[in-house]
Design a protein around this ligand. Sequence first.
Ligand SMILES: *Cc1c(COP(=O)(O)O)cnc(C)c1O
Length: 454
Amino acid sequence: MRYISTRGRTGPHGFSQAVAAGLAADGGLFLPESLPDLGSALGKWETLGYPDLCYEFFRFFATDIEAARLREIVDASYRRFDHPDVAPLVRLDDDLFILELFHGPTLAFKDFALQLLGNLYAEQIATSGRGINVLGATSGDTGAAAIHGLLGKEGVSVFVLYPDGRVSPLQERQMVCTGADNVFPLAIQGSFDDAQAALKEVFAESEFKAEYRVSAVNSINLARVLAQCVYYLYAWFRLPESKRERCEFVVPTGNFGNVLAGWLLRGMGVPVPGFRIATNQNDILCRLFNTGEYRVGDVTPSLAPSMDIQVASNFERFLYYSVGRDGEKVRRIMGELKEKGEYRFEDFDRNVFSASSMTDAEIPQAIRSVYGEYEYVIDPHTACAFKALDPRRTSVVLATASPAKFPETIARAIGFEPRHESLEALKSRPLVKYPIKGRKAEIMEFIRAHAAGD
Ligand SMILES: *Cc1c(COP(=O)(O)O)cnc(C)c1O
């Protein structure tokens, strides 16, 4: 399988090459040259356990990794999940299911992709014999998941920029209490946008980047999207057959990465009928799917912070298919969007997508009402899914984080704090973080001093 760029001006890459590059050289995102038809395999996959299904799926995509190696990589990636099903599907009601995606090491769905990505990086280091330095910026969950995907791995140092005092205390502890000597959480003065801007400046230093083999860990990596396809397929198989053809996956959405993965399965011959884009009060994607208008505004901090975004970086992949796989057209639209901050989309399938948004005032109410009805505790991100569920369909809500990560919001809604032993254990561990101002030169100096060698 080869991988092409959404902007059409980068030559085809192999899987490992596309994963290592992250972003394509023409500024686009990688996608498979053609989507495989999984239709004939589905019958054989129905009863597979999670790692087995993931392995079979990736055999279609990671074609430059030897089968036995791929098997080891996949098995290692889901070994640290604390539920035997990895992604258990819980039934709350006749037509209401919850797909729990928070059983990984950092208790949020990003572990599905970042555990695997960590092992794919390790494979590349082993094959090339050269170390790498991974740099990311985070508002919370991604940084923690990236760190836990790479901690203790040979030949890699991880540097994560985050806004000091602006991530939740537990999210911070997941980054700064690992005890691993290849992990460097950099607490910068300023906001998440400042961290992101500093990161971009460092990546623009191409000589530095090449010399230290600096790689980005962010939401646009091809391997992340593919890893996320697997749990949709796994959940779809666990639904009673009569429910499959009228189910709607309800997806708490920020960057569009999660919902994109589910939608891609349709192009691979898996007849998943519908997706709900569930946003918080930062509702740009909800407005887009309801009106066709994409207009970038300001981000307002919400109770579901991991969905506080305005530019949905993965949307470009969806756009590519929507405009008939025309890379030049994608270039034009992305250019226009960047210039004017808005664009009108006409051509996407409105039968497949629905969209809703939830305000901060509604989030605690949703947590309370789900708890009252089902004695089931949802986190503030998952809560955004519980807005106007379609009674004619079977809803499969993706639970993207454990409620234990957001004890204050939950306590305010239902009067007690959910706990998780892995978070309790962090409270007694020493904090190791590196406060910096966050200027480019300072970050580069830090990386030089702590870089992974050859
Ligand atoms: C990242 C995140 C989301 C949003 O996922 P996208 O792929 O950006 O749409 C939702 N919930 C939680 C808990 C997250 O960490």
